[in-house]
Ligand binder design. Sequence first.
Ligand code: PXL
Length: 271
Amino acid sequence: MSETPRKAFVVAGSEATGGAGFQTDLRVFHTLGVYGCGTLTCIVAFDPANEWGHRFYPVDPEIIDAQMEAALADWGSDLDVCKVGMLGTPATIETVAERLSSHSWRHVVVDPVLICKGQEPGAALDTDNALRERILPLATVVTPNVFEAKVLSGMDEIETVEQLGEAAKRIGDLGVPYVVAKGGVELPGEDAVDVVWDGSELIETRRPKIGEHRVSGAGCSVAAAITAELAKGAEVIDAVNVARDLVTEGIRQRLVGSTPFDVVWQGAYSA
Ligand code: PXL
């Protein structure tokens, strides 16, 4: 008989093609040997008749709350590591923040998915503010990309690794113990560089860039892999290194469908 797996919880949206969001998170957890369970906050269904634009359908806060109640009651203190992905609306954020606060977490990994195409800009601003005020204070790890790092740090420009590091420090100053800021293909150079700020030291992690285009599901996969490794007891920096290896291999073996972007294949990774 195999060992009982560690468990991880995720609060995220469904992206119906399977390339990002909840489906990605569960695939990463499974690939890393972790039992995943979670709560759906919204459903995103790209529109093939409209350049694959986002159609966004929030889940009723009452249903979000019921899902969280069920999972947390079932697994109790066995479930002590959580990933937060796309939330989507201020009402969702309020519900999720309340329920997360009622449980004891060793780690809460927040992927600060700020905007989703197809949402009203005004609604997105409310959502950004609610995320900053209600979810970030619960985070032990936050994983912004360059765009999100600019919004969260208030910096106008992030074009170098040094600026990315400065943004990570500023986000850390908001009270998050670990900031994993991802340069990806947005910064120049042969390598995709991430920086990890732990409140005292800035550590760079580098992997060769695979192509120059963003691949769908990369951000979700990084945060999910960090979550799974933390669930297994890893230190944050070791979890980040596994996440980077998983995503690098997943991008190397990416899948090509009909959408304008390729998708990460998480199952390509083996430890
Ligand atoms: O990759 C960001 C993301 C996260 N979660 C959901 C999404 C997307 C992008 O499309 O749809 C549900």
